[in-house]
Ligand binder design. Structure first.
Ligand code: BES
Ligand code: MN
Ligand code: ZN
Length: 488
């Protein structure tokens, strides 16, 4: 969906549909009054008749004299309205038109005066939410001709000052869509080679991007023993994908983001139970998130240097698969005793994180659907941030609040480290039941000792259920973080 900004009011709008916001406890604003006049006062009549009360997410479609759809949408009490309200209201409005022939929308939700929110932020959140609600997975499904999904563009009501924020929103929406599309692809299509070719397309599309791909041979040469151990069980050979974006000429150290790209996680020889194993196609959502973040940054040409690294591997059981009990030597030289082949994410990430440090990052962040324990701890609401630094996790959390894509911090205190000590190697790859997300973070921390690093576990946030699929989280948080960094 194309997102633009405009100050055209309802009487001049040529859009197929207009979204008009309404607080349950205030009067129609100027924009809504103008829309009311276009509908022979149907808006005020329906409100007066209590057909519409303005509860959050309530939507009522009316027709203007010229046949436009006017979607009246509730935002609840003015004082209680927050970013989540904007998101639900926008989602309802989009749902009200998405199965109709409506192609173009003028969105006036941002024309209201909010108690605690500035108009640019409202427009940004609403634009991203609209794009999210209009998304539909189409790659491997046949749709009937009358199953329309026509919405192609949305003009946000926003002044010149907000126009640059709308551009950011459009870029974020594109990034989120990239992430969802990759995440939702089936694992027989989206394998390591597919991710590599997708990176090639991105590098071709943007001038200031360059691509490096390490194949299995190259990684053997470099002795990336932990990643290669996981890869051994699969016929699909692994790739290390590196996309570089140069957004500032200054010799500025890059921000480096690393995403777990397990394109399917069977658990390996420590085989997962059969029920819901299909969901492990989402085990590349860390990779999908860094792809989406990268695309958003390139779209908005953010003045920052960014490197995206994706270790792409499939975790399968096989005659040549790595086993519980194996001791492997990672790229860093540290040895790892494999106690569970299903703790494969940290095995590929540790080599990717070691490699990432060759880019001399000012900030290094990895994103991964790393532990089921993370879903237990934080549910599907917050991503988990772990770091040994003071400032970095705070900056990430702040960005999440700003764009309503939230995260929460878990500690990486030294007391947890002993859970991954072992007699037979420098560390073991599992830390037991207690604090499973934290001990996974501790494992990674042993490869990031002298760098400004944070780990984000997105096991609970990257996808929802089978129907909704990949959520595109936390692309918005990551991009907002990088926007904030670029303004430093
Ligand atoms: N990809 C999974 C983590 C996961 C599980 C994410 C369920 C979302 C939902 C990861 O590779 C894994 O299997 N982790 C194990 C670690 C354990 C063996 C220490 C887990 O969480 O059970
Ligand atoms: Mn696993
Ligand atoms: Zn996994």
């Amino acid at each position: 969906m194309k997102i633009t900004s405009s100050l055209i009011t309802p009487s001049k709008s040529k859009s197929d549909a207009l979204f008009v916001g309404f607080f349950s406890d205030t009067k129609l604003n100027t924009i809504a009054t103008e829309a009311d006049n276009l509908t022979n006062k149907q808006i005020s009549a329906r409100i007066k008749a209590k057909d519409f009360s303005g509860k959050t997410g309530e939507a009522l479609t009316l027709f203007s004299n010229s046949g436009q759809r006017i979607v009246l949408v509730g935002l609840g009490n003015k004082d209680k309205c927050n970013l989540g309200t904007i998101q639900s209201a926008t989602t309802s409005a989009v749902k009200a038109v998405i199965k109709t022939p409506v192609k173009t929308v003028s969105n006036y939700i941002s024309s209201l005066t909010y108690a605690n929110l500035d108009p640019a932020t409202v427009a940004k959140i609403s634009a991203i939410a609209a794009s999210h609600a209009a998304y539909r997975y189409e790659v491997t499904k046949n749709f009937k001709k009358d199953d329309k999904h026509s919405l192609t563009s949305m003009a946000m009501y926003a002044d010149k000052k907000a126009a640059s924020t709308i551009k950011q929103a459009a870029a974020i929406a594109t990034g989120v869509e990239t992430t969802r599309s990759l995440g939702n692809l089936p694992p027989n299509i989206c394998n390591p080679s597919y991710l590599a070719s997708h990176a090639k397309d991105i590098a071709k599309k943007y001038d200031n991007c360059s691509l490096t791909i390490l194949d299995e041979k190259k990684m053997q040469k470099l002795k990336m023993g932990a990643l290669l151990a996981v890869a051994r069980g699969s016929r699909n050979s692994p790739k290390m994908i590196v996309l570089k974006y140069t957004g500032t000429k200054k010799l500025q150290k890059p921000h480096v983001i690393v995403g777990k790209g397990i394109t399917f996680d069977t658990g390996g020889i420590s085989l997962k139970p059969g029920a819901n194993m299909d969901e492990m196609k989402y085990d590349m959502c860390g990779a999908a998130t860094v792809f989406g973040t990268f695309v958003a940054v390139a779209e908005m040409q953010l003045p920052i240097n960014l490197v995206m690294i994706v270790p792409a591997v499939e975790n399968m059981p096989d005659g040549d698969a790595y086993r519980p009990g194996d001791v492997v030597t990672s790229y860093s030289g540290k040895t790892i005793e494999v106690l569970n082949t299903d703790a494969e994410g940290r095995m590929i990430l540790c080599d990717a994180l070691t490699y990432a440090q060759e880019y001399k990052p000012q900030v290094l962040i990895d994103l991964a659907t790393l532990t089921g324990a993370c879903v237990v701890a934080l549910g599907h609401v917050a991503s988990a941030v772990m770091s040994k630094q003071e400032q970095l996790p705070q900056d990430i959390l702040k960005a999440g609040i700003e764009i309503n894509d939230k995260a929460w911090q878990l500690p990486l205190w030294d007391e947890y480290q002993k859970q991954i000590d072992t007699t037979f190697a420098d560390m073991q790859n599992v830390g037991g039941f207690a604090g499973g997300s934290i001990t996974a973070g501790c494992f990674l921390s042993r490869f990031c000792e002298d760098v400004n690093w944070a780990h984000i576990d997105i096991a609970g946030t990257a996808w929802n259920n089978k129907k909704e699929g990949a959520t595109g989280r936390p692309v918005a948080m990551m991009v907002q973080y990088l926007i904030n960094e670029s303004a430093k």
